[in-house]
Design a protein around this ligand. Structure first.
Ligand code: G
Ligand code: G
Ligand code: MN
Ligand code: NA
Length: 250
């Protein structure tokens, strides 16, 4: 209950925070993009993870407001970053059903001056589960605006290769669970390599997530991934810190 009443207060106040985690080019080591990850610093309960409060926001009808907040804050931050570094934000399936999303995106881009090509939306395969056609329409509207689409957590849940045929995703993010087991597990290695080949042939960028060790990094490279993300490079950090990391260069 404290979470439910607190969430409305948090959306109006300054308890929510975006952290940013670099997505690094395997070729050259530049930061190509940063993923925005929301944090809630509750005055009494302390830090509440998004895995706990996002489902509550969805059930309370607050997910649109939350997505709007994330979108705007992420665009404000990225508009202040040097160069062409993109910002990637996570869009929950519930938000993708809202026909207001494309106009919210356009408003955030206009207000902040961020070019559409520097905004990437990460969606998961579950958006296609109970699709009545609405989600597809909204996805195509978003693509027309010129922003990028990433398929997140790929390989878990409901993977179907037909999504890759029907939508021109710019980026494929393979789920961290495949990288977690890769050093010990020949099956994970085979799957990661196959996904790397597939995505390259479809001209998609590929992000290997959850990279924590040099060995995992070597496997991502061998599988032909274009990008890597994980604690080996940086944990999610504040906007001030991400600017320092971008400016420091490879
Ligand atoms: O940062 P990790 O911290 O614990 O994120 C946990 C989960 O919460 C991930 O599945 C991530 O995609 C999701 N998440 C993080 N930030 C956001 C956000 O701003 N919006 C949505 N919808 N999900 C987010
Ligand atoms: O579902 P999504 O891929 O958006 O969520 C990303 C989640 O992974 C976030 O909770 C983020 O904090 C976490 N994360 C990012 N890098 C690493 C890593 O190297 N190791 C682990 N265990 N988690 C990571
Ligand atoms: Mn993500
Ligand atoms: Na992911």
């Amino acid at each position: 209950h404290e979470i439910e009443t607190g969430l409305r207060r948090a959306l109006d106040g300054d308890e929510l925070q975006l952290m940013f985690q670099p997505i690094v080019a395997l070729d050259g080591g530049d930061i190509d993009a940063c993923e925005a990850l929301i944090r809630w610093n509750h005055p009494v309960l302390g830090s509440i993870p998004p895995s706990e409060f996002i489902p509550i926001a969805e059930s309370m009808g607050l997910i649109e407001a939350l997505t709007g907040w994330v979108l705007r804050q992420a665009c404000i931050a990225a508009a202040g970053w040097p160069g062409e570094v993109r910002v990637a934000i996570n869009i929950s399936p519930a938000s993708l059903k809202s026909h207001d999303l494309p106009s919210h995106v356009i408003a955030a881009l206009l207000e902040t001056g961020l070019p559409a090509r520097r905004l990437e939306l990460e969606v998961t395969e579950s958006i296609f589960l109970d699709d009545s056609g609405q989600t597809s329409t909204i996805l195509r509207e978003l693509q027309r605006i010129g922003l990028r689409l990433a398929l997140d957590d790929f390989g878990t849940g409901y993977s179907s290769l037909s999504y890759l045929r029907s939508y021109r995703f710019d980026t494929l993010k393979i789920d961290q669970s495949f990288m977690a087991g890769i050093s010990a597990n020949a099956e994970d290695r085979a799957i990661v390599r196959a996904i790397g080949n597939l995505a390259r042939d479809l001209s998609m960028d590929t992000v290997a997530e959850g990279i924590e060790t040099q060995d995992q990094l070597a496997h991502a490279r061998e599988a032909g991934f274009t990008n890597v993300q994980g604690y080996l490079f940086s944990r999610p950090v504040t906007n001030e810190r991400i600017i320092e990391l971008i400016e420091a260069g490879p």
